[in-house]
Design a protein around this ligand. Structure first.
Ligand code: CA
Ligand code: CA
Ligand code: CA
Length: 848
């Protein structure tokens, strides 16, 4: 967007704001195709159930109520309190009828040949949600198919509600009633998997309603959350948390059997506070600023809010007194999606101290200006988050065991043609093992993927690669973790004389080498075999019983020798060979081998042997495939000969022929796409001469244009992802590449770009201003994350949240009272080791 356009748009925004003040209190469809009045947005399938993991609590009819998305999941659903893997409808069509002020969606359950239509019509301050059927509910779904809508527990618990005039309060914790019903009555779940373990009873648990009636008022005690809903037929209110900790409050009307036409009608009236304007979100770095760095707060404003002319910074003295230290102009940036943005530059303030920003009535949390503010930004990640994610170990911290030793029984060969619930599958068996046979030696090393406990091989390869990069480039000698692979024991905050990074490299390599040696090639994943333990929360050692599964035993029976059980909970190895993954592993093994030399020579030798064998075999497979399918030849050979691989192999082996190959490819690649290639190109600088570095200059200049383009694209000046998984990862890579560029080309790329990345991560971003990195040096880091302790509404220190998630068509959000949305709150092992590299590269340039 160019500056003129920005000015024009902001002018339009001000004009539009002027027109809308005192606008009608009716919910009207706007140009973005949702119902709007100030303080209330009603979205009708602007987001559909197609995110990748079934019910992501992000879809259907949704309400953004005074700035917070508190209601979603409005749909025809097949149970009282749907879980993630319950069937979701596909959206066959979505028609917006501006003249009627209505939106109609056609929904379909393919498994049951069941079609329905939902029509949402704005009627004054309310919307009518009506369900139409052209054919009656299929017999097998009678009593199951219903109109559901879901309310965010953390925004409603503790608040009152009235059903047909009866008084109630939303419970802080679920303790309502359930009933056990025969499994034959359970509507099938995703691909026939089951989210529950019936312990041999043949029964599933069904929640009973907390209340039933025809009129409900939610939160009459809280104008921001109050909603009135009436129905032409009975509805019931359920607490979804009774089945699954991530469940929501659900209001539901079961569709009548044998009827067609308009079968259900609800009137939904969300309260709108008269004259409500969202409080400004003053974005600033909660970790603070170095005295000489740029300091720009980005202030996110309601479009009806009139920007102030000035803002100020106040200093807190050692005696607790406060004094204004700086006052300056606020400049307009303009509209970006739902809000309007202004900026406040206080770079002139350079005196070390404790400060806060005042913008109108808003007073931010305090922050420091000091040279030392960034010194500890990676410590929690390296000392706490990463060791807690070490698999096959007991992990202790002080008085607390984070988890015992998981998966002692090892991993079984996944049966052929198995689809899986975490986006994997097993094709034909391509190992020497039979289905469900134990593959020996895999229960060693490796890192939990994320908030779940599988070893995602691709991610673990990236992890080892990241850690080797960290080690080779920065040699961090930090030793705060005790790791004993023989005892299978990790103790946090206990130095053992060995740098932690080298121990993490060893731990990751141990599992990946075991895969190469015992499977013969890399697996896709080592993961859960049953859905009912995949969604495990808490101690990883409790996921399986640690005993080998023996199908000859009765379910849950233990063998006389205590070594096996009839519980089919053992993890599976999904072994379907992917030569591309093998090549990535070969590169990583070469790098790991180099890093481990002199520390664990035996493992280094195994890694190098695996590297050479996998590279040879994978290239043979690719060549064979290419000769069968000549069209794919170019693409497949590229996979085996990419730039990064050749560079890594040169570093690992010292073999000049790899470097020659790298040099023969790099310039074409830079010509094709400088921004994507510049990072790899810079990785080679330490290994090549000055002439190579100087030849990169024009591409770095091009890269600078790319970096600058974000200043015009959004108010934060960093890449902001709009996908289904929020974009902190892109900001981290942006910051990493910008930091390396500032190191090698300070005359072209100054440090300001890298500082933009830390600003964003540590609080200067849309929606709220909390630091996205758990527990890191901020007055207000985020309080909840999607880790394995998420049911405790807690976090694992050092986690980097994906962050601010975009919801179509114009809403950014990051829940900080509800940890369960992975797309905004889950950290991953590859992402968090990537953050370590960023942190080191960043500290390296800002200390210069
Ligand atoms: Ca996973
Ligand atoms: Ca150590
Ligand atoms: Ca077992």
């Amino acid at each position: 967007m160019n500056k003129t356009a920005i000015l024009t748009l902001s002018l339009l925004a001000v004009l539009a704001a002027g027109c809308r003040t005192g606008s009608s209190p009716d919910l009207k469809l706007n140009d973005l195709e949702y119902f709007e009045r100030q303080g209330v947005n009603v979205l009708v399938y602007n987001n559909t159930f197609s995110g990748g993991f079934n019910d992501e609590k992000n879809s259907g009819i949704e309400i953004i109520h005074h700035g917070v998305r508190t209601v979603q999941g409005g749909a025809i659903r097949l149970c009282n309190t749907p879980e993630q893997w319950d069937l979701v409808p596909t959206t066959v069509s979505r028609d917006v009828n501006a003249a009627d002020n209505s939106v109609e969606v056609a929904l379909r359950y393919e498994d049951y040949d069941f079609d329905s239509r939902i029509v949402v019509t704005g009627k004054g301050p309310a919307v009518e949600i009506a369900v139409y059927l052209d054919k009656p509910v299929p017999k097998e779904l009678e009593g199951d198919a219903g109109l559901n809508i879901e309310f965010l527990p953390s925004q409603y618990w503790g608040k009152t509600y009235m059903m047909d005039g009866r008084l109630n309060r939303f419970p802080r914790y679920s303790a309502s009633e359930t009933v056990a019903r025969p499994n034959t009555e359970k509507v099938k779940q995703f691909k026939g998997y089951r989210t529950y373990d019936d312990r041999g009873t043949g029964e599933f648990v069904d929640p009973l309603p907390m209340e039933t009636g025809r009129a409900i008022t939610l939160a009459p005690d809280d104008p921001e959350r109050m909603i009135r809903i009436t129905s032409d037929s009975e509805f019931s209110l359920y607490d979804g948390r009774i089945l699954a900790q991530n469940g929501w409050f659900v209001l539901r009307t079961v569709l009548p059997a044998g009827q067609t036409g308009k079968v259900v009608s609800w009137m939904v009236e969300p309260n709108a506070i008269d004259g409500w304007i969202r409080e400004p979100n003053v974005g600033y770095s909660q970790v603070g600023y170095q005295p000489g760095q740029p300091k720009v707060a980005v202030i996110e404003l309601d479009k009806l809010d009139k920007p102030r002319a000035t803002a100020s910074v106040w200093r807190i003295a050692e005696d607790g007194s406060e004094k204004q230290a700086f006052s300056g102009k606020v400049s307009e940036w303009g509209p970006y999606y739902k809000y309007n943005y202004v900026k406040f530059d206080f770079s002139e303030l350079t005196t070390p101290g404790i400060y806060y920003i005042k913008y109108g009535d808003v007073r931010t949390g305090n922050f420091l200006i000091d040279d030392s503010v960034y010194d500890k930004i990676t410590d929690a990640t390296s000392d706490v988050w990463i060791p807690i994610h070490m698999n096959h170990m007991t992990v202790n911290e002080g008085y607390r065991i984070w988890h015992g030793e998981p998966f002692k029984e090892g991993y079984l060969q996944a049966p052929a043609n198995t689809d899986h619930f975490d986006l994997h599958s097993q094709g034909v068996i391509d190992t020497k093992y039979k289905a469900l046979e134990l593959i020996p030696g895999l229960n060693v090393g490796g890192f939990f993927d994320a908030g779940d406990f599988d070893i995602e091989t691709g991610s673990n390869i990236s992890v080892v690669q990241n850690l080797v990069t960290l080690w080779e480039v920065f040699k961090p000698m930090r030793d705060e973790t005790f790791v004993d692979e023989d005892q299978r024991y990790v103790d946090l905050h206990r130095p053992d004389g060995i740098p932690d990074v080298i121990q993490f490299i060893e731990h990751g390599t141990l599992n990946l080498v075991a895969q190469a040696e015992n499977i013969g090639h890399m697996s896709q994943t080592l993961s859960n075999s049953v859905l009912d333990n995949y969604h495990h929360l808490g101690d990883a050692a409790a996921i399986t019983d640690g005993l080998h599964y023996d199908p000859r035993l009765k379910p849950y029976q233990k063998s006389a020798d205590g070594k096996s059980s009839g519980t089919p909970d053992d993890m599976w190895a999904f072994t379907t060979r992917n030569p591309g993954l093998d090549i990535r592993a070969a590169t990583m093994f070469a790098a790991a081998s180099h890093a481990l030399e002199g520390y664990n020579d035996a493992l280094a030798a195994r890694a190098l042997a695996a590297s050479k064998r996998l590279q040879k075999e994978a290239n043979e497979i690719l060549s064979a495939r290419a000769s069968q399918n000549p069209g794919a030849n170019g693409r497949m050979r590229m996979a085996g000969n990419d730039l990064g691989t050749n560079l890594q192999l040169y570093v690992a082996t010292g073999d000049k022929s790899y470097l020659d190959r790298f040099e023969s490819q790099i310039w074409d690649a830079l010509e094709r796409n400088a921004t994507n290639t510049i990072s790899t190109a810079m990785d080679a600088i330490p290994h090549l001469d000055k002439e190579y570095r100087d030849k990169l200059v024009p591409y770095v200049e091009k890269y600078k244009e790319y970096l600058d383009s974000f200043e015009e694209e959004n108010p934060y000046g960093v890449p902001i992802g709009l996908g289904n998984w929020a974009g902190s990862g892109s900001v981290v890579s942006f910051g990493t590449t910008a930091s390396f560029a500032a190191k090698y080309f300070p005359e072209i790329i100054d440090k300001s770009y890298a500082y933009k990345a830390t600003n964003y991560l540590f609080g200067c971003h849309p929606y709220h201003n909390y630091s996205l990195v758990a527990a890191v040096g901020a007055a207000r880091p985020k309080a909840v994350f999607y880790g394995n302790n998420r049911a405790d509404f807690s976090f694992i220190p050092g986690n980097v949240a994906p962050g601010v998630l975009f919801r179509h068509p114009d809403h950014f959000e990051n829940y900080d009272d509800w940890p369960f949305l992975w797309g905004q709150n889950e950290g991953t092992i590859a992402g968090n080791t990537g953050y370590l590299i960023f942190g080191q590269a960043f500290m390296n340039i800002v200390r210069q």
